[in-house]
Ligand binder design. Sequence first.
Ligand SMILES: Cc1cc2nc3c(=O)[nH]c(=O)nc-3n(C[C@H](O)[C@H](O)[C@H](O)COP(=O)(O)OP(=O)(O)OC[C@H]3O[C@@H](n4cnc5c(N)ncnc54)[C@H](O)[C@@H]3O)c2cc1C
Length: 283
Amino acid sequence: MPPFELVTPATVDEAIASLRAIAGSGPAVIAGGTDLLLDIDDGRTAPGRVVSLRRLPWRTLDWTDGALTVGSTLPLRSLEDDPDLPRRLPGLWQSVHAVGSVALRHRATLGGNLGRAAPASDLIPMLLALDAEVDLVGPDGSRRLSVDAFIRSSRRTTLAPGELIRSVRVPESRPSAFLWQRVRPANDISQIAVAVAFSPTRPGWSIAVGGMPPRPVLLTDVARRLGHGRPSEELLRDACDRASREVGLASDQRASEEYRRRLVGTLLGRAVRAVVASGEVPS
Ligand SMILES: Cc1cc2nc3c(=O)[nH]c(=O)nc-3n(C[C@H](O)[C@H](O)[C@H](O)COP(=O)(O)OP(=O)(O)OC[C@H]3O[C@@H](n4cnc5c(N)ncnc54)[C@H](O)[C@@H]3O)c2cc1C
């Protein structure tokens, strides 16, 4: 691995200042390092300096004001172990549980998953379907924006130079489900991932699909067709067919386009039925 200088600032201001000093030299922030260190090792990036977020007070988890707020550097394993998560945001728990292995989740973070913005991220589709927001802090202060607005395309986000993800806010309690398909569960990335959520307050469905470049996407039109409660079998079949046809898919080394089209329809049908089975969707 090429050498680099590692700095471990103790405060957010110090971290931002360290990043400013090297703005323009590519990704140089490290949280769990499960993506960044592989990128450095493979020569995809070569930062002269890497700023560690290890000492920042962002390993937090908080259920207040009708939302879950997760600090960006909280290891995914700690999020997964929260006793309330499976009940209050089941789809989010399922998506966290789907990431790699237990050992990986002890290091990997939500901030790192968003910062990497991989097309096959398992967490981004669920965050999209749950209307999650990111809280950013940088040289010009703080700002909050939707995950949908935060992700630009494959490995590209709207983070400005020197800006960091401080936390992620997920409105609760939404019945939700996350389903994925891969060749090898722990050491592979999803060929297709489907996230579904139902919002009881402004009643309606949200659907997001990941696994293909350039980025995970919301299927707003398909979701609208499911109506404001339990869809009939006919409506659901129609929505699954449309999703299969309308998502931009292609073949690569992980799966053919045709297989992916079938997966989108099949996983969407199963995910909607799982959410309906929660008993929290009005008829
Ligand atoms: C064997 C293996 C299996 C994997 N399986 C999966 C899987 O099943 N599903 C899945 O979704 N992912 C998977 N991944 C990818 C990876 O583990 C996740 O993306 C993880 O969440 C990244 O978090 P991290 O803290 O390790 O990120 P890091 O590697 O530390 O950082 C990743 C990127 O985000 C930036 N970054 C990190 N934190 C911040 C922050 N707070 N603010 C701004 N930028 C930040 C970094 O600069 C870097 O560009 C796998 C990786 C490996 C090696």
